[in-house]
Design a protein around this ligand. Structure first.
Ligand code: HPA
Length: 266
């Protein structure tokens, strides 16, 4: 899908020209309500842009001011497990880029694999492992938008990571492994993922980061640890989607303060 029709629809709904895009993950949508003044655009009104079907994802783009910056906030993301193609999951990132956004802040809910972590922790993503079994760049490449074989070294901008740590001194830092879901992992899978070097596991973020980097955007990702996915006998937790939303909702105020603090100093 060509992004031009989507950009035309956006321009018909808002005169704002945000430079920063923010994606709010599961249970983390409350921050979008703090954007003021704001133009709120349902995804359904944007051609080419799929609807959010996941629980806890409102499905609208909120464009306006947050911490004195012009931002476009996705109140709800699109996930691969919803059945969307990777190109659809990452379509909003391409639209953001064409619209003039050059910095992307992603948030998500994840399971903690690092035994030092606790539910409720926030982790600055330092790097990722793509185990989703798919890649949003597969297929013909438009060389005008980005390279066929993009570099993913320092995909998570070192300066933005340092800025996040300076805003909140108690953040974790680590590697996020993306899986397709939608089931939570078996204990054997969790032990394997930890062995591969991941600190947290989740079902999003990786596709958006791959596309954002290919088109040259700066990326910051903050993962909210909603449960400890250790896979260690005796410490095995049963995880539910409801519990994930509940813990993410409780961590939301701190995540919001972090994002606003980053925006103020970016
Ligand atoms: N695994 C995968 N995704 C998740 C988890 C988990 O334990 N918690 C929140 N999102």
């Amino acid at each position: 899908m060509d992004t031009a029709a989507t950009i035309a629809a956006l321009r018909a709904r808002t005169t704002r020209r945000p430079a920063i895009g923010i994606v709010l993950g599961s249970g983390l949508g409350a921050l979008a309500d703090e954007v003021a003044p704001a133009d709120r655009i349902p995804y359904a009104d944007l051609p080419g842009w799929e609807r959010s079907t996941a629980p806890g994802h409102a499905g609208r783009l909120v464009v306006g001011e947050l911490s004195g910056r012009e931002v476009a906030v996705m109140q709800g993301r699109l996930h691969y497990y919803e059945g969307y193609e990777m190109t659809s999951v990452t379509y909003p990132v391409r639209v953001f880029r064409e619209w003039g956004i050059d910095t992307l802040i992603l948030t998500n809910a994840c399971g903690g694999l690092n035994p030092a972590f606790r539910a409720g922790d926030l982790m600055v993503v330092s790097d990722h492992i793509n185990l989703m079994g798919a890649n949003p760049l597969r297929g013909p490449n438009d060389d005008r938008l980005g390279p066929r074989f993009p570099d993913l070294v320092e995909a998570y901008d070192p300066a933005l990571r340092a800025l996040a740590h300076s805003v909140d001194r108690d953040l974790r830092d680590g590697v996020y492994v993306g899986v397709s879901g939608p089931n939570f992992e078996t204990p054997a899978e969790l032990r394997m993922l930890r062995g591969l070097g991941a600190d947290a596991v989740g079902m999003s973020t990786v596709p958006e980061v791959i596309v954002a980097r290919q088109v040259g955007m700066r990326v910051l990702a903050i993962a909210t640890v909603t449960d400890m996915a250790t896979g260690i006998p005796g410490q095995i937790e049963h995880v539910t989607g409801e519990a994930v939303l509940e813990v993410a909702g409780r961590a939301g105020a701190r995540l919001g303060a972090l994002v606003k603090g980053v925006l103020a100093r970016i």
